[in-house]
Design a protein around this ligand. Structure first.
Ligand SMILES: [Zn+2]
Length: 210
């Protein structure tokens, strides 16, 4: 058995979505300064790093993150290598070798190469799924889709893709680091923080290969 940690590290240096404030992770009590224990405080957006989107992210009044099905978030998954694709539209997905009956699909793209930099600069030229690709995923019965940068949709095209997926109750996992993972079958474990009433939540996410 081999375990791949496909979560990105959360730190003040990591890139965040434009307009979101940078992550703050700071000691508020320190043994070195006479405190009884070291205690830190975290301040960040809920769409930070590796995270899931709930339907309420783009649909006002829709389901929030604690209601997402653990059965959908965990189970067999297929990683498809689309490292050479420029946009993930319906024809691109149709011509990729995605097995029929895939319910959890992770899209490995050239985006994963953005992660090793560890710099805080947000990249805008990431690959995403366009509206036609989202419709293709829904029609194929995909229940969870993951991608290796901070949005499932191309930059500045967030709404159409998210709406198609979230209206169909497809769980969207963003911010995966799939550099070390090859295409193929795995078991996915994705456990978002149980934030009540939230439109998203950070999620420690791993893939297990037999
Ligand atoms: Zn998100």
């Amino acid at each position: 058995m081999r375990i791949y940690d496909v979560s990105v590290g959360i730190s003040p240096q990591m890139p965040v979505w434009p307009g979101d404030s940078a992550v703050k992770l700071e000691r508020v009590r320190e043994i070195a300064k006479g405190a009884n224990a070291n205690v830190s405080r975290l301040e960040c957006g809920v769409h930070v790093g590796t995270h899931v989107d709930a339907p309420s992210h783009f649909i006002d009044g829709a389901a929030t993150v604690e209601t997402l099905s653990l059965k959908v978030l965990n189970g067999t998954a297929f990683v498809v290598d689309l490292s050479h694709a420029g946009v993930l539209d319906a024809p691109t997905l149709e011509s990729a070798d995605i097995p029929q009956g895939t319910h959890r699909l992770l899209l490995k793209t050239r985006n994963s190469e953005f992660w090793p930099g560890e710099g805080s600069e947000f990249k805008t030229d990431f690959v995403g799924v366009d509206e036609s690709g989202a419709a293709w995923l829904v029609q194929r019965g995909v229940q969870l889709v993951g991608i290796d940068y901070l949005s499932i949709a191309p930059y500045k095209q967030s709404r159409p893709t998210h709406r198609v997926l979230l209206e169909a109750d497809v769980v969207v996992v963003e911010g995966l680091d799939l550099r070390a993972v090859e295409g193929g079958h795995y078991t996915l474990y994705c456990l978002p923080l149980k934030l009540l009433g939230s439109d998203g939540a950070p999620a420690r996410t791993i893939l297990v290969a037999d």
